[in-house]
Write a protein that binds this ligand. Sequence first.
Ligand SMILES: Nc1nc2c(ncn2[C@@H]2O[C@H](COP(=O)(O)OP(=O)(O)O)[C@@H](O)[C@H]2O)c(=O)[nH]1
Ligand SMILES: [Mg+2]
Length: 109
Amino acid sequence: MIKARNILLIGRTGSGKSTLANVLVGTDKFKESSDSVSETKDFKKGTFSWKGINYCVIDTVGIGDTKLTKRDILYKMAQGVVSLKEGINQVFLCLEENLLAKKLKFLNC
Ligand SMILES: Nc1nc2c(ncn2[C@@H]2O[C@H](COP(=O)(O)OP(=O)(O)O)[C@@H](O)[C@H]2O)c(=O)[nH]1
Ligand SMILES: [Mg+2]
């Protein structure tokens, strides 16, 4: 039996996590929003296969959600992780287009 590989999507609200999940899974079930308030309230899973391997992608609540405390966000992200008893194989960090450039400027690189 082929084991599933689990991918956790994390990043700030509006960084494109749900959009990426929709593209990977080939659906529109992950709610996307141009708003700064997260559309993903807890976490949501979807599955897809690629090159004979089954994947499960977990879309999480956005870091920086204006309606939730940092503690709530971390708790909800942890719920997504523990919902997969096999654990997480890959973590995709979604970044807004220019965040890296801004950070590098800040670090004086
Ligand atoms: N320009 C651009 N916009 C994107 C990209 N990915 C997502 N978006 C848009 O950014 C907004 C936020 O995306 P969403 O997937 O809801 O972000 P999430 O809060 O991280 O789940 C939506 O309006 C998307 O259509 C991308 O790669 N490039
Ligand atoms: Mg989302």
